[in-house]
Unconditional design. Structure first.
Length: 370
C-alpha cells in the first residue's frame, strides 16, 4: 500500500482581519449580543428577564451542563460561601505584598496566587475570590483590616459586608446583584476570548481567568466607568451641563458613557442598570443630576453626529450603581471582574469540552531569506 502523502499545510487566509471583527471564533451557548437590535441574551434569557435574579441563579444557568457536579442556585450559594472563607485565608499572607499596587494590579496578584491543586471546585473558588480580594484591597487602601466573609450570606450581600457595610440595605444588595448579573457575560469580548485561548492550552481555570483579568484591565475594555463620575464632578451643577458638554465636543473629546463598538442602538445593559439605580435612595441628588446630563448629552450627540447613532452605554449607569452602593471609583474594574468572572469560568468550562487548541495563523509580511 502506497504511503499516504502528508497533507499540504492549509494556507493562511491572505487577508488578515484586524481586531478579528466579524470573525466567528467559537460556538457558545452562554450569551449572544445583537448590536443592531440592542439585545443581550444570556443562556436563553433576555437580560431584562434576568434583571431581578440573584447572581447565584445566573451562575446556575451559565454553569449548567458544564460543571460537575451540577448544582442548584442554592447549592451554588453555599459553595460560594465556603469558597469565600477559603479565599480569605489564602489571601492573608499575601496582603502585605499588595500595598504599593493599584487595585487591579493587586487583584491580579491575589488571583494568580490561587493554587492549581486547590480542593474547592476551581470555577467556584474563582468566582468566590473576587469579592473577598476586592473588598480587602479597598479596605487596605483606607488603612483598615479586611472583614472576614460570612458564608451564609449571598455573594452580593457579603461583598458589601466585607467592604464595611455591616448590615447592607436590601435595595443596595439588589442593585449590586443586578449589576453582577448584567455584566456576567457578553459574547466573545476581549477578556472572555483571552480566557478561552488560555483554557484551550489546558493551563487550567486560574491561569485562564487571570488572563481574562489582564485583558479587562485595559482602558479599551474594562477600563473606566470612573471617568463618568469625573465628568459629573467636573460639570458640577445644572447650569453648567450644556455649556460643559458642548465645550467638550468642540474640543473633539468623547463624552464618557456614550457610544459602543457593537451596539448601534441603546445598550440594553444601560436600561437595566438605570432601573437598578433608580430604585435606590438619591439623598445627594446625584442620580437625578446624572439623568439631566444624560438627556442633554444625547440631545447634543444627535445634533453633532447625525450620521452616527450614539447612545448611553453600560458604563454610564455602572458608575452610578457602584458609587451608590459604596464602591470607590478606583475599584470599579475589580467589581466588573467580580461579575464577569461568572462568564469567564463558564467559557473556560465550555472551551474545555471542545478539547481544541486555539491556534490561528498569521500572514507573514516580513522579508524572505535570500
Ligand atoms: N462622544 C462623542 N463622540 C463620539 C463618542 C462619544 N462618546 N463615541 C463615538 N463618537 C464619535 C467619534 O468621535 C466618531 O466621530 P467622527 O466620525 O466624526 O470622527 C464617531 O462617533 C465614530 O467613532 P468610533 O471611534 O469609530 O466609534 P467606536 O464604535 O469605535 O467607539 C467607543 C466605541 C470606543 C466606546 C466610543 O464610543 C467611546 O470612546 N466612547 C466613550 C468612552 C466610553 O464610554 N467607553 C465605554 C464603552 S462600553 C464598554 O466598553 C464596556
Amino acid at each position: 500500500m502506497a504511503p499516504i502523502a502528508p497533507s499540504a499545510p492549509k494556507l493562511a487566509a491572505q487577508t488578515p482581519a484586524p481586531g478579528l471583527d466579524d470573525v466567528i471564533a467559537a460556538e457558545t451557548r452562554l450569551s449572544h449580543v445583537d448590536g443592531q437590535a440592542g439585545k443581550l441574551i444570556i443562556a436563553g434569557y433576555h437580560l431584562q428577564q434576568l434583571a431581578h435574579w440573584r447572581f447565584e441563579q445566573v451562575l446556575e444557568l451559565l454553569w449548567r451542563d458544564l460543571a460537575q457536579p451540577p448544582l442548584t442556585a442554592e447549592e451554588i450559594g453555599k459553595a460560594l460561601g465556603k469558597a469565600r472563607v477559603t479565599a480569605f485565608s489564602l489571601m492573608q499572607p499575601l496582603l502585605a505584598g499588595i500595598r504599593t499596587l493599584s487595585p487591579v494590579e493587586a487583584l491580579r496578584l491575589l488571583l494568580s496566587a490561587l493554587p492549581d491543586d486547590a480542593a474547592e471546585p476551581h470555577h467556584v473558588l474563582a468566582v468566590a475570590s473576587v469579592p473577598v480580594f476586592t473588598a480587602a484591597i479597598v479596605r487596605q487602601a483606607r488603612g483598615l483590616a479586611p472583614v472576614s466573609p460570612n458564608a451564609s450570606c449571598s455573594q452580593a450581600e457579603d461583598f458589601l459586608r466585607m467592604l464595611g457595610d455591616a448590615n447592607p440595605d436590601d435595595d443596595k444588595v439588589k442593585a449590586l446583584d443586578t449589576y453582577l448579573v448584567t455584566v456576567s457575560d457578553h459574547g466573545l469580548n476581549a477578556s472572555t476570548f483571552t480566557a478561552r485561548v488560555i483554557a484551550s492550552t489546558k493551563a487550567g481555570m486560574f491561569s485562564s481567568v487571570v488572563g481574562g483579568l489582564c485583558a479587562l484591565k485595559g482602558p479599551l475594555h474594562g477600563g473606566a466607568p470612573g471617568p463618568v463620575l469625573d465628568m459629573l464632578d467636573d460639570i458640577g451643577d445644572e447650569t453648567r451641563i450644556e455649556p460643559w458638554l458642548a465645550a467638550a465636543l468642540d474640543r473633539g473629546e468623547r463624552l464618557m458613557g456614550f457610544g459602543h463598538r457593537i451596539y448601534r442602538v441603546r445598550d440594553p445593559r444601560a436600561d437595566v442598570l438605570k432601573g437598578a439605580v433608580s430604585a435606590l435612595k438619591d439623598g445627594s441628588g446625584r442620580i437625578a443630576f446624572a439623568g439631566k446630563v444624560e438627556t442633554a448629552a444625547l440631545h447634543l450627540l444627535k445634533e453633532r453626529k447625525p450620521l452616527r447613532p450614539l447612545q448611553t452605554n453600560v458604563e454610564f449607569y455602572t458608575a452610578l450603581v457602584l458609587e451608590a452602593v459604596g464602591f470607590p471609583r478606583d475599584s470599579f474594574t475589580n467589581v466588573f471582574a467580580a461579575g464577569r468572572m461568572a462568564g469567564w469560568t463558564a467559557h473556560v468550562l465550555e472551551q474545555d469540552q471542545t478539547g481544541r487548541l486555539i491556534r490561528p495563523q498569521s500572514c507573514y509580511v516580513g522579508t524572505m531569506p535570500s
